[in-house]
Design a protein around this ligand. Structure first.
Ligand SMILES: Nc1ncnc2c1ncn2[C@@H]1O[C@H](COP(=O)(O)OP(=O)(O)OP(=O)(O)O)[C@@H](O)[C@H]1O
Length: 835
């Protein structure tokens, strides 16, 4: 039997089985076993435990018991009784109950007619109840009980989080409860998380519980708050969820454990003892009712009550109130006195403040009086000045008036006479006119001459222009010749460039250090190609094709990959992948943000630019996106995601049948596709990275170019791979699904490491098939492709071990030589079989 339940034994009675009701709740109890075997009526007896509640809700009023006249012969059912009562006593109780109920019944029957109607109603109700009980009971419970056999029922009380207490029965694991309308219902599964079963100790034994608050460490959540307590300042509060002791009494009439009123509870021995304990510690507390109420609040923990009162009212409660002083007879008057003292003290304080304010006002008053005196002096002085000025003004007005009176008279207007024409002057004018005419003629002949000269010069110029056009034509021929020379040169340069890349090795390894705000760094960048790691005082150097420091920008990082991207347009398979510990910046390097994109977007942009530049070659670009999650391939662009994908090998090529490929033309096409793919990815928050990639992301861009002039078709693939981060489970504290993912990630990265190690040693067997990741990347890692690997590292000292292992991984890759990359160029008619 579970600790939180009580055993109820249901015994098959001697006489025929009919449902007999004593009280609504009991109806349930009786109906329940009867439904086990409808032909039986049952009696219940309670095992020794006393403090067992059976009421559906403590707040509910007990309904009056009713007994059918026709049921008088039926064996009355015994209610749950407190322990220690004998069967005889119980029988006597039942008889009494039955008698009382008869009395009540007689009183309630006003007439024969109403009695008949009531009986009919009750019969209907009873039938309905019987039907529902039969329906809700689990078939397993409705087993047939042999005569005289005992049916063992576990009785339990379930306290729902909404505050309602339900009575439950457990029979061989089938649990039912009594609902608000006193009906039996199957116990809902979801309730197991919405409340708890109350143990006998909790409910009735009155065991003292130690205050949970003194034992529990709390953490910040919505139960945490703070309040200000005088003398203690602002203190933290926490709403603890604790089990509650409730003092109830057994009501034999209703057959329900009811809540004991406060004034009765004070007389319960258990409560009395605790009240006494509080009073002996706090002699200043004298009101027992108040202490009982406080005990209720504190789950009957006297220590907690003491601590509450000391906190709220101070140590004054440690002293007993002066004997004989009736004003301290109860705590309210004592508290009122304290309050009055506090008010007087406050008033005194206010008085002192007001006195100070009056002093200040007096001072201010005398200062203002002085000010007023000074200002009235000033006003007087100004009045004098004003009078003087008015006198001056008067004088000035007089002067103006006298001057106006003595103004000289205005002289009369002068008349203008017309000048007479001088004949001498007229002669002079006609002479000048003649002279002007002569010079005009001369000027005309000079202009004519100049025009002739200009015409001659124009003719000469025309001849010169003709010669120039001829020279220009010759120059254009020369330029054309130079252009063709340049083209040949460019082709030669490209082939030299590819040869150079081949010489440099088809795997290029870059090291990128993540930006960090941590004070100490375990990395030192000595030059563009060397990084030193400091671990416990010892230094280790690593060489890479390029080392990017914390301050390197996305543009700088991308610049390193530019040469291989150009090769992709020329028909090479190119792969760029990022490897590193979780949170070391792989996704930042590959994907970046919208405002500051990483290698993925920049390389695609560059590809589009190069394709657009080549006028004579038309390109088709197709993009696909997949993730490798827990060693299985997921198509990120599929309209029906979740379909399992597999890898197919044909000769040297590896393909994924059924993988969605979308043709793209512009950058925005590509961005839209990538956004769709990104949304379908498995990303989760881990302790090391808020947005940790839980899968390897592989974006493949197939670039097919057909040259209109040569008729050749090239097909290159740009594979962009953002690997999931290696992680130490002890550090990331991964659990559940994260743990499974972490294990899969680490396993596939180990397989990648094994492939590189085998390549480094030129092993005969390269274990590409050890994981889906290496299997898929086989064409990128087996000589046909050009590969760039970013090893992303964290400079934080706490990540030194992981950083060292990543650098060692990068250094292994650097020693791998993939051999000569092959260009995928075929004549146009054969291009369908190429790859
Ligand atoms: N160079 C950098 N500059 C600024 N922020 C960076 C840089 N590198 C990484 N970060 C930031 O560090 C965080 C972790 O980076 P990121 O998600 O790229 O790591 P990851 O290696 O892809 O991790 P995982 O393997 O868990 O997915 C991100 O918030 C990212 O923006």
């Amino acid at each position: 039997m579970p600790a939180n339940s009580r055993k109820v034994t249901v015994t098959k009675p001697l006489c025929g089985g009919q449902v007999c009701r004593v009280a609504p709740v009991l109806t349930c109890l009786v109906t329940f076993p009867t439904s086990l075997s409808p032909s039986l009526s049952l009696s219940l007896s309670l095992f020794a435990d006393v403090g067992m509640g059976s009421g559906a809700s403590v707040s509910e009023e007990p309904r009056p018991e009713r007994l059918e006249a026709g049921e008088a012969e039926a064996e009355p059912v015994r209610p749950f009784t407190p322990a220690g009562r004998s069967d005889d006593t119980l029988q006597a109780d039942e008889e009494a109950v039955k008698r009382d109920s008869h009395v009540m019944e007689v009183q309630s029957l006003k007439s024969e007619e109403s009695d008949r109607r009531r009986r009919e109603e009750e019969e209907e109700e009873e039938e309905e109840e019987e039907r529902i009980t039969q329906t809700v009971m689990n078939p397993a419970v409705t087993e047939t009980v042999a005569e005289g056999e005992e049916v063992s029922l576990d009785f339990e009380s379930f306290l729902h989080n909404n505050g309602t207490l339900y009575s439950c029965f457990n029979h061989h694991g089938n649990r039912v409860y009594v609902d608000e309308s006193q009906k039996l219902q199957p116990f809902p599964k979801e309730w197991y998380n919405q409340g708890r079963f109350i143990t006998a100790n909790n409910e009735g034994s009155g065991q003292l519980q130690t205050p949970a608050s003194s034992q529990l460490a709390v953490r910040e959540d919505d139960r945490t708050s703070s309040i200000y307590i005088q003398g203690k300042g602002t203190v933290m509060t926490y709403m603890f969820e604790e089990r509650v002791n409730v003092c109830r009494f057994w009501d034999p009439q209703s057959g329900v454990w009811l809540l004991l009123p406060l004034q009765w509870e004070m007389n319960v021995e258990f409560v009395k003892a605790r009240v006494q304990r509080v009073m002996s510690t706090l002699p200043g507390l004298v009101d027992q009712k108040e202490i009982t109420a406080a005990l209720r609040q504190c789950n009957y923990d006297s220590e907690e009550v003491i601590s509450v009162y000391l906190t709220m009212f101070g140590e004054i409660l440690l002293q007993a109130p002066p004997s004989g002083d009736h004003t301290y007879a109860d705590l309210n008057s004592f508290r009122a006195l304290l309050e009055r003292d506090r008010v007087i003290e406050d008033l005194k304080q206010k008085l002192r403040t007001k006195e100070k304010e009056v002093d200040t006002l007096f001072q201010r008053n005398s200062y203002l009086a002085r000010e007023v005196r000074y200002l009235s002096d000033v006003v007087q002085h100004l009045n004098q000045k004003l009078a003087e000025l008015e006198a001056d003004q008067q004088e000035a007005r007089e002067k103006i008036r006298s001057l106006l009176n003595h103004r000289p008279p205005v002289p009369p207007a002068r008349t203008i006479t017309k000048p007479s024409v001088d004949p001498g002057q007229l002669r002079q004018v006609s002479f000048l006119t003649r002279e002007l005419n002569v010079s005009n003629k001369q000027l005309r002949s000079t202009v004519g001459q100049a025009m002739t000269d200009m015409k001659n010069q124009l003719e000469e110029l025309k001849g010169a222009v003709g010669k120039l056009a001829q020279v220009e034509q010759e120059a254009a021929g020369e330029v054309e010749e130079l252009r063709s020379l340049y083209r040949r040169e460019a082709v030669e340069r490209k082939s030299l460039y590819n040869k150079l890349l081949e010489l440099q090795g088809n795997i290029r390894v870059f090291c990128r250090c993540r930006r960090s705000s941590a004070s100490g760094s375990c990395l030192e960048k000595t030059d563009d190609q060397e990084v030193v790691i400091v671990q416990k005082g010892s230094k280790k150097k690593f060489q890479f094709d390029k080392v990017y420091s914390q301050s390197s920008t996305q543009e700088e990082v991308f610049a390193g990959t530019l040469p291989v991207i150009t090769s992709c347009v020329d028909g090479y398979n190119v792969c760029i992948l990022a490897y590193g510990q979780t949170g070391s910046g792989k996704t930042y390097t590959m994907m970046g943000s919208k405002e500051n994109p990483g290698v993925n977007i920049r390389s695609i942009r560059e590809l589009l630019r190069i394709c657009a530049e080549k006028e004579k070659v038309s390109y088709t670009l197709k993009i696909s996106m997949l993730e490798i999650y827990n060693d299985s391939l997921n198509d990120l662009l599929s309209k029906s995601p979740g379909a399992a994908l597999d890898i197919r090998v044909q000769g040297k090529s590896v393909s994924v049948p059924g993988l969605t490929q979308i043709q793209v033309k512009t950058e925005s096409d590509i961005l839209n596709v990538m956004e769709t793919g990104e949304k379908n990815r498995k990303i989760a928050s881990t302790k090391m990275n808020i947005q940790s990639s839980r899968s390897h992301l592989v974006v493949a861009l197939e670039v097919e170019g057909s040259d209109e002039v040569s008729g050749l078709t090239s097909r290159g693939t740009l594979t962009l791979c953002d690997l999931a981060g290696s992680e130490r489970i002890s550090k990331t504290e991964a659990e559940g699904q994260r743990l499974v993912e972490a294990a899969a990630i680490n396993k596939s990265l180990t397989a990648l490491g094994q492939v590189f190690s085998a390549l480094k040693c030129n092993a005969l067997h390269i274990p590409f098939r050890n994981s889906k990741l290496t299997h898929l990347l086989q064409p990128c890692l087996s000589g046909d492709a050009k590969c760039c690997v970013f090893v992303n590292v964290s400079p934080d000292e706490k990540d030194t071990v992981e950083t060292l292992s990543t650098l060692q991984f990068g250094s292994t890759i650097r020693q791998v030589s993939l051999g000569k990359a092959t260009q995928n160029i075929v004549p146009a008619k054969n291009n369908k079989t190429a790859k």
